[in-house]
Design a protein around this ligand. Structure first.
Ligand SMILES: Nc1nc2c(c(=O)[nH]1)N[C@H]1C(S)=C(S)[C@@H](COP(=O)(O)OP(=O)(O)OC[C@H]3O[C@@H](n4cnc5c(N)ncnc54)[C@H](O)[C@@H]3O)O[C@H]1N2
Ligand code: MOO
Ligand SMILES: [Mg+2]
Length: 437
């Protein structure tokens, strides 16, 4: 058993991020929402594009109004009205002003805006009742962004704010990383699909659904192979198919020491390089991690097949040095915890996100209850994380804390971390909680 952090380091070292050119695609802007920018974006526009007014009011020359007040106002001639979208035609000379609306182009000659509330309009004249600050309410050209500078960095996930920036910069098409493909299958003779009648001894393959949801949530594409029997040949076939079409393969079950736990042996038989066999984590101890060299970079029939697949489907992933295989433990909570703690960081690195975004988010919280563990492994206790007066509080999920109990997982949003060696944390103490979901 290796410590959790060591497992995380090994896993991240096995991942090669998608290639910015080879593993990217151009998409219409709105279709790129939620995707990750491949390559930085620059614009040849300044933001603002020109000096403009931040308020409804009057464009004036500061020198004309700097000394005025309610007691000694200054009256100026209004020479033009400048609505939004209009190019001013006049130059504001001494003793003159232009009526201007929010966002409109500053007229030549003027350098300051006096807001409407501090003026009195009378026909084609305006009286200024208070002295503004010099250059008040003028948004200068390029004050927000200068053309040619980096506008958005590579690796940024595109959400509403980035959509606005890209739209403003007239990027109708954007280059984003393709979505990683993650093939998922479940192992176990006791498993049936969601729509099959249950016979005695059988249970529904729920991991498939949990894992597919987690994969989608992480921005990747799940490819579901269903249930695979606990038979070496069936497993071999499924693993070979999965490796052929994926960046990452996830299986659940069959990784412990039982008579029908074949996954590790089959991985070795198929030429997998096994990097992790067990991690000191509870739940999740028998996590198995292996890599397979990409066949397309080799020779022979398999390589040819992969190359043909790539030619037929530009989405087909070939750029990574190796396909990463995670043999997740079968217990539903163990599968979920190991995904969040180990698979998700790998997916995030693969996807093109920057390094600071790879690891899970841990927040400090006050535990509302006593927490216990045997201290033999780093324990992740599922429960509810709530913000109370701006501070996080953690409470365990009600019901049995068994890794086979998927029922009390529902509604949880945090995993309280009990470090290895720690057997008891008292209510009220400060802990780290990993955010999930
Ligand atoms: N003698 C020992 N026994 C076990 C050990 C050990 O160290 N010594 N480790 C335990 C731990 S920890 C875990 S976790 C489990 C992991 O077992 P496997 O990965 O081999 O998984 P299975 O044996 O195939 O199944 C375990 C459990 O989970 C249920 N399961 C499996 N797949 C699914 C699925 N897709 N959906 C829902 N539920 C699933 C399965 O029916 C079993 O109940 O091993 C312990 N044993
Ligand atoms: O580690 Mo297992 O995941 O305890 O149930
Ligand atoms: Mg087992």
């Amino acid at each position: 058993m290796i410590p959790v952090e060591q497992a995380e380091t090994i896993i991240l070292s096995l991942v090669q991020p998608l290639d910015v050119d080879r593993d990217s695609e151009m998409l219409p802007l709105l279709e790129a929402r939620g995707r990750i920018l491949a390559g930085s974006v620059t614009s040849d526009l300044d933001f603002p594009h020109w000096d403009n007014s931040a308020m409804d009011g009057y464009a004036v020359r500061y020198a004309d109004v700097q000394a005025c007040s309610a007691e000694s106002p200054v009256t100026l001639a209004v020479i033009e009205t400048i609505p939004a979208g209009y190019q001013p035609q006049c130059v504001v000379a001494a003793g003159q002003a232009a009526r201007i609306l929010t966002g409109s182009v500053m007229p030549a000659g003027a350098d300051t805006i006096v807001i409407q509330e501090e003026t009195q309009r009378d026909g084609d004249r305006v009286t200024i009742l208070a002295a503004p600050q010099p250059q008040a309410f003028v948004r200068k050209r390029a004050a927000f962004y200068q053309a040619g500078q980096p506008l958005l960095p590579s690796g940024l996930r595109l959400q509403a704010p980035e959509m606005a920036v890209l739209a403003a910069a007239q990027c109708a098409q954007v280059k984003v990383y393709r979505q990683p493909r993650v093939t998922i299958f479940s192992t176990g003779d006791e498993l049936v699909s969601i729509d099959q009648p249950l016979q005695p001894g059988e249970i529904v393959d729920s991991n498939q659904y949990a894992l597919a949801s987690l994969v989608i949530q992480a921005g990747a594409i799940p490819v579901r192979l269903g249930v695979v029997r606990d038979e070496p040949e069936a497993l071999k076939q499924a693993i070979a198919i999965a490796l052929d079409q994926s960046d990452i393969v996830l299986s659940s079950g069959g990784v412990s020491v039982g008579d029908y736990d074949y996954v590790e042996d089959i991985l070795a038989e198929l030429g997998g390089n096994i990097h992790i066999r067990a991690v000191a984590v509870k739940p999740g101890k028998p996590l198995t991690v292996a890599t397979f060299e990409r066949k397309a970079e080799g020779r022979g029939q398999e390589a040819e097949k992969a190359r043909a697949l790539e030619a037929a489907d530009p989405q087909f992933p070939l750029s990574n040095a190796a396909t990463l295989y995670f043999g997740l433990p079968g217990n539903p909570v163990s599968a979920l915890v190991t995904f969040c703690r180990f698979v998700e960081p790998a997916l995030r690195k693969l996807s093109g996100l920057p390094e600071r975004a790879w690891k899970p988010t841990f927040v400090r919280a006050k535990t509302q209850v006593d927490l216990r563990s045997d201290g033999k492994r780093e324990s992740y206790l599922w429960g509810h994380l709530d913000l109370v007066d701006g501070l996080y509080e953690f409470a365990l999920a009600g019901g049995s804390p068994s890794s086979g109990n998927l029922i009390n997982l529902a509604g949880t949003n945090g995993l309280a971390v009990m470090p290895m060696g720690k057997t008891h944390i008292s209510s009220g103490e400060s802990i780290y909680v990993m955010q999930i979901g």
